[in-house]
Design a protein around this ligand. Structure first.
Ligand SMILES: [Zn+2]
Length: 88
């Protein structure tokens, strides 16, 4: 449970990083939108790149290639691949 929360924090941080790469005024608009960004909807974690860059909620879908050390996800909208590495 704690790990899950940490991964959601990471997604939020990543989304802000993507937003910071935008030029004004898109950056400001994106950061405003991110205040209400949900890092998880239902069973699906949300794509930080779609959120930060496009102000859009997109599901990160499990790739099925995870290992015992990590889960891997891919966004079907922008193609971002994201790994959730389990803490030891
Ligand atoms: Zn995406």
């Amino acid at each position: 449970m704690r790990d899950a929360l940490k991964f959601q924090d990471e997604l939020k941080r990543d989304a802000v990083d993507y937003a910071m790469r935008l030029n004004e005024p898109a950056r400001r608009e994106s950061l405003k939108w991110l205040v209400n960004f949900k890092t998880k909807i239902g069973l699906f974690s949300q794509c930080p790149r779609c959120a930060g860059t496009y102000s859009q909620q997109s599901n990160l879908e499990p790739t099925g290639h995870g290992t015992e050390k990590m889960d891997t996800f891919k966004c079907r909208v922008c193609g971002l691949e994201k790994a959730h590495v389990f803490p030891r």
